[in-house]
Design a protein around this ligand. Structure first.
Ligand code: NAG
Ligand code: NAG
Ligand code: NAG
Length: 417
C-alpha cells in the first residue's frame, strides 16, 4: 500500500520536475527571442501545458486524499490512526512473519507495548480476509485465541493489530532438530496441544454461531512468552448456524491438514477442524511434519504410519525420538496419540467434538482405543493423501486416480464464504 503511495508521490514529483524544466526553457527562450515572432505562440503553449499539468496533478492528488479520508474506519484500539500505526511499526521495517494474505510487522507503542501489525494485500482476498478477521476475532475472547487490539481500513490500506506473541508460531518449535536450539519438552507440548483444543472448543461450541476456523496448522498456533498457545488467523473461517450439521463451501485450508470431506466436496462442519487438529497433534507428538519425502515410503505419510505403529503396539516409534518421556508422562503421551487418531478418522461423525478432546486430554474422560482404518470402511482418500503430500512424482505412488478438479495447491486455498 505504502509502495503505491510512494510511486504516486514519485509520479507527482516527476511531473513537478518536468514543470521546472519547462520554466527554465521558457526563460531561455525568452532571452533568445527578443524580436522573434512565431516563438511567442510556443511560449503560450508551454505555459498552458504547464498550468494544465499542475491542475491535473492537483486534482488527482486531492481526489485520492479525499478518498482516503472518507473511507477511513478504525476501531478497538484507542483511535489509532494509520500514521500512529506506521510510526509504531517504524514504517513497517521489522518484518516478523508472513501470513496467508499479508506480512506481519513488529510494532511498538510509545508506552513500550509490543504489537504485531498485519498489513493485508489490498486486492481481492485481502479485503475478504480483513472483514472475516475483524468481525470474528473482534467479537470473541478466549485466552487461547489471539487478541485483536485494533484495525484500520483507510483507502486501500488494511491493517490488523494483534497482541505480540514473543515466541512466534508453533512450527518454529516442533519441526527443528535439537541442534537448532531448545527442544520443547513433553509438558510444554502437552499444554500447547491442550490450549489449542480449548481455543477451538470455544470457537465451535461457545460462540453465538459455530465458528469453523478452516486453517488449523502449526503456523497458525502462536506462542507467547510463557508458551501459552493462541489460535490465530481467522481469515478463512466459516460461520455455521448452531443447528446445522454441515455446510457446503469451496475448498479452503492447507494441504496436509484438510479433512477428506473437503476433498470429496461433501459438506464440512466443525469436525473438519477436528481433523486438522488431529494432524497438528500428531505433529506435536512426533516432532515432524505430516509428510516428509526424505523418509522411506512407509514412513513418509505420518498419519498412516502412526495408525500402523499404534496397531502394532510400537507407540514409541510415533513419538519424537528427541523427546525424553519419563514413566510419569507415559500415560499422557499414549492418550494424546489415541486422541489424535480419533480426530483423524475419515468419517466425520466418528471424530470427537473439541470439548470431548479437551476432556480426554485432561483425563476427565477415558480414551478408548481408536478404530483402525482397516476396521472401518475402506479409505477412499488414502490415495489422495499420499499423493497430495508428495512433493513430486517420486517413486511408488501413482496419481492416476487423482481428479484434477480437487487439486489442492501447496499454499493456502480459499473460496467464497
Ligand atoms: C486509551 O488510551 C489511554 C491513553 O493512552 C489509555 O490510558 C487507555 O488505557 C486506552 N484505552 C484502551 C481501551 O486501550
Ligand atoms: C521465548 O520467549 C521468552 C520470553 O519473552 C524469550 O526470553 C525467549 O528468547 C523466546 N524464545 C525465542 C526463541 O524467541
Ligand atoms: C508469563 O508468566 C509470568 C509469570 O507467571 C507472568 O507474570 C506474565 O504476565 C506471563 N506473561 C503473559 C504474556 O501472560
Amino acid at each position: 500500500m505504502f509502495d503505491q503511495l510512494g510511486s504516486l508521490n514519485r509520479a507527482l514529483d516527476g511531473s513537478l520536475g518536468y514543470t521546472s524544466y519547462m520554466k527554465i526553457s521558457t526563460s531561455s527562450l525568452r532571452s533568445n527571442v527578443s524580436g522573434g515572432s512565431g516563438r511567442k505562440e510556443a511560449v503560450v503553449i508551454v505555459i498552458i501545458a504547464v498550468t494544465t499539468l499542475i491542475i491535473v496533478a492537483g486534482l488527482i492528488y486531492s481526489g485520492i486524499w479525499y478518498h482516503f479520508k472518507r473511507k477511513r474506519i478504525t476501531g478497538l484500539l484507542n483511535d489509532s490512526s494509520e500514521e500512529d500505526l506506521s510510526i509504531a511499526t517504524k514504517k513497517f521495517t521489522t518484518k516478523i512473519g508472513q501470513g496467508g494474505f499479508g506480512s506481519v510487522y513488529l510494532g511498538l507503542l510509545p508506552d513500550g507495548t509490543q504489537l504485531a501489525v498485519k498489513k493485508l494485500e489490498s486486492v481481492g482476498q485481502g479485503k475478504k480476509e480483513f472483514k472475516a478477521e475483524v468481525s470474528i476475532i473482534g467479537s470473541v475472547h478466549h485466552m487461547n485465541l489471539v487478541k485483536l487490539k485494533g484495525f484500520c481500513a483507510e483507502g486501500f490500506h488494511r491493517l490488523l493489530v494483534y497482541e505480540f506473541m514473543a515466541n512466534g508460531s508453533l512450527d518454529r518449535w516442533i519441526f527443528k532438530s535439537p541442534k537448532e536450539g531448545l527442544l520443547l519438552d513433553w509438558n510444554t507440548r502437552f499444554s500447547i496441544a491442550l490450549g489449542t483444543a480449548k481455543g477451538l472448543a470455544y470457537l465451535h461450541e461457545e460462540c453465538e454461531a459455530k465458528i469453523v476456523h478452516c486453517d488449523i496448522k502449526p503456523q497458525n498456533v502462536l506462542l507467547d512468552e510463557n508458551f501459552t498457545a493462541k489460535v490465530s488467523d481467522f481469515g478463512l473461517a466459516k460461520l455455521m448456524n448452531r443447528e446445522d450439521s454441515g455446510v457446503y463451501t469451496m475448498v479452503r485450508g492447507t494441504r496436509g491438514y484438510l479433512a477428506p470431506e473437503w476433498i470429496s466436496n461433501q459438506p464440512i462442519s466443525e469436525k473438519s477442524d477436528v481433523y486438522s487438529y488431529g494432524i497438528l497433534l500428531l505433529e506435536i507428538i512426533g516432532g515432524r511434519r505430516n509428510y516428509e519425502s526424505e523418509e522411506s515410503s512407509h514412513k513418509s505419510h505420518f498419519p498412516s504410519y502412526s495408525f500402523k505403529m499404534f496397531e502394532e503396539g510400537k507407540v514409541r516409534d510415533i513419538i519424537d525420538p528427541n523427546l525424553e518421556i519419563n514413566d510419569h508422562e507415559d500415560g499422557s503421551v499414549v492418550d494424546a496419540i489415541k486422541v489424535a487418531l480419533w480426530c483423524i478418522q475419515d468419517e466425520m461423525q466418528v471424530r470427537p467434538s473439541m470439548s470431548r478432546v479437551v476432556q480426554m486430554l485432561e483425563g476427565i474422560s477415558d480414551v478408548p482405543d481408536p478404530p483402525m482404518p482397516s476396521e472401518s470402511c475402506p479409505r477412499p482418500y488414502t490415495n489422495y493423501l499420499r499423493w497430495s503430500s508428495r512433493e513430486s512424482t517420486s517413486s511408488g505412488v501413482s496419481n492416476r486416480n487423482y481428479d484434477s478438479s480437487t487439486f489442492v495447491s501447496d499454499s493456502q486455498l480459499s473460496g467464497p464464504r
